[in-house]
Design a protein around this ligand. Structure first.
Ligand SMILES: [Zn+2]
Length: 190
């Protein structure tokens, strides 16, 4: 059986939300700070430290230096493999440099908790040319789609960045790989 996609990010800056079982389950929290920082800088360099969607470049007003954009981890959630039809995978499919408002549209439930729902909706409307009502409706649909998967537990797949699959990490070992494959990490063009 080939895997069936349960939740997949939209191709442009569509609204997206992460199921609860995957919260905090990501490369940033699994890697050492040094390893994650190296990845973040590589990803930012692909766009000259601009947001890949809206091209915004943030400047630190005190130092006048360019700030690094957020490094967004894009996930696809699937069920089933040839060997195990019930296998649930949370697969890192792309790393994308995003500004804060664009990033808030990809973590709508987190944005809600942080009081950033309106910022996310406004950004969706602005970037996509939607009305606020349309952006709100689409954002609410994205939240509902993720809530439907809240009861599931996911196997994290970070093979995009050359990490071992987390299910293969020995129990009790430091779950954060110290070394990662420095293969090129190029976000696919949007
Ligand atoms: Zn942006």
């Amino acid at each position: 059986m080939t895997s069936r996609i349960l939740l997949q990010p939209p191709p442009l800056l569509g609204p997206y939300a992460i199921p609860q079982g995957a919260w905090g389950n990501n490369a940033r929290t699994r890697l050492t700070g040094k390893a994650w920082d190296a990845i973040r800088r590589q990803v930012a360099a692909t766009t000259g430290a601009r947001c890949a969607v809206c091209q915004h470049q943030e400047i630190d007003c005190r130092t006048g230096k360019t700030r690094l954009p957020h490094c967004h981890e894009e996930w696809t959630f699937t069920r089933g493999t040839e060997d195990n039809p019930e296998h649930l995978a949370q697969t890192l499919t792309r790393l994308v440099p995003l500004c804060g408002p664009c990033h808030s549209t990809q973590h709508l439930r987190n944005s809600t908790r942080q009081g950033r729902w309106d910022i996310a909706v406004e950004q969706l409307a602005r970037v996509n040319g939607w009305t606020t009502g349309e952006a709100t409706a689409r954002a609410e649909d994205a939240v509902r789609a993720s809530v439907e998967l809240d009861h599931l537990v996911w196997n994290l797949d970070l093979s995009l960045i050359g990490c071992v699959r987390m299910s293969e990490v020995t129990a009790g070992a430091d779950p954060r790989p110290q070394v990662f494959n420095p293969a090129p990490i190029l976000p696919a063009s949007l």
